[in-house]
Design a binder for this molecule. Structure first.
Ligand SMILES: Cc1ccc(OCc2nc(C(=O)N[C@H]3CCS(=O)(=O)C3)cs2)cc1
Length: 343
């Protein structure tokens, strides 16, 4: 008993004076290690009588436990003192908040494209894709666009290789997808073709040589202008809300007859006070559409006496600018974070 208490007193002294965790660890091994002073002392217990063990056992283990705790708390104290000393040398203020992790988000064009294609897919349109570098016949000929049509001129279309009439072009609309699809699939068919299109345009606030379009095509038996009007009205209400008012105006496109242009009532003004958005007309043109011209059906081997269809096309940038209040189309391509951070 005396020896254990003496050992405890001696090691408590060593612990309180220990200046480094190495010295402390060495002392711990000397005291509590396999060959440690206290370990050796406690080995004598096995020679004690039952009576003696009853008192000496718990006493010895308590001293052992207390010393272990003392070693441990001193070790912690030395380590945190070392850390604080280290921190005192640097001027890093650990209480400052961390760098905010900026979480990204979709590009506004993608947001607009996703909204439009989601509504169209609910209306039963299936996503179709096709090449951006296209043969002239799929971009023009199949679409009843005559050889002398201005759209074919180099002023409007970006022509790649070969003579102007025979070369490949950068597609000026995604109609090539519809033509290719009709060559391989017979009616009934109901497809949408989102994608990039190219025009020879100098970039300015409302024009870009590269922009995005979504076209739709529905071919079946007895498809009429009524189907077109009801489906496109549903699409516009899906986009601008149920209260949106839609107007159909007669128009002309070589690939549709009759052709219409579809306006939506100005969402910013009642059309009386001239607003920059609708130029005071109260209406905003959103897309073009029409009944597919019989020549187009014939060109892909569909009999216009049996089948009929409607088609439509719209610009995504245009819609995104309306939806998000962006005044300059170039904002979509300059990736200026000061703009995109606002969405
Ligand atoms: C086989 C096939 C037959 C007909 C088709 O008609 C697609 C159509 N597009 C329009 C139209 O007005 N498009 C413009 C809107 C704005 S834009 O992005 O500049 C292009 C009207 S009908 C397509 C494919």
């Amino acid at each position: 008993k005396e020896k254990c208490s003496a050992a405890e007193a001696e090691y408590r002294d060593i612990i309180s004076n220990a200046a480094s965790s190495d010295a402390l660890e060495a002392a711990r091994v000397n005291c509590l290690g396999r060959k440690g002073v206290l370990t050796e002392l406690l080995k004598n217990l096995k020679d004690f009588t039952i009576e003696e063990k009853k008192e000496a056992g718990p006493l010895g283990n308590k001293i052992k436990k207390d010393l272990e705790d003392a070693f441990y708390s001193k070790k912690n104290a030395l380590e945190s003192a070392a850390l604080n000393e280290e921190l005192a040398k640097t001027n890093i203020d650990l209480t400052l908040p961390g760098w905010p992790v900026a979480n990204g988000h979709k590009h506004p064009l993608t947001i607009a494209m996703d909204r439009m294609t989601a509504i169209l897919s609910k209306l039963g349109f299936v996503w179709a894709e096709g090449p951006q570098i296209e043969e002239e016949k799929y971009n023009f000929d199949f679409l009843n666009i005559p050889l002398h049509h201005p759209a074919r001129d180099v002023q409007d279309t970006l022509i790649i290789g070969g003579g102007a009439k025979k070369g490949m072009v950068l597609r000026s609309h995604t109609s090539n997808v519809q033509v290719r699809y009709m060559e391989k699939n017979k009616p009934p068919l109901r497809i949408m073709s989102p994608g990039k299109v190219f025009r020879r345009d100098d970039i300015d606030a409302s024009h870009s040589p590269v922009f995005h379009q979504i076209e739709g095509l529905y071919v079946d038996k007895n498809v009429s202008l009524a189907d077109l009007k009801s489906d496109l009205t549903a699409f516009m209400k899906g986009l601008f809300g149920n209260k949106a008012e839609v107007r159909f105006r007669p128009s002309f496109f070589p690939f549709t007859e009759p052709s219409v242009e579809v306006d939506v009532k100005c969402v910013f003004c009642d059309g009386k006070s001239p607003c920059s958005f609708c130029k005071g007309t109260g209406w905003k043109e959103m897309l073009g559409a029409g009944i597919v011209h019989p020549n187009v059906l014939r060109n892909v081997g569909i009999d216009p006496e049996i089948y009929s269809g409607y088609a439509f096309g719209m610009g995504v940038e245009r819609l995104a600018m309306l939806m998000l209040g962006i005044k300059d189309i170039r904002a979509f391509y300059e990736n200026d974070l000061r703009i995109w951070k606002q969405f």
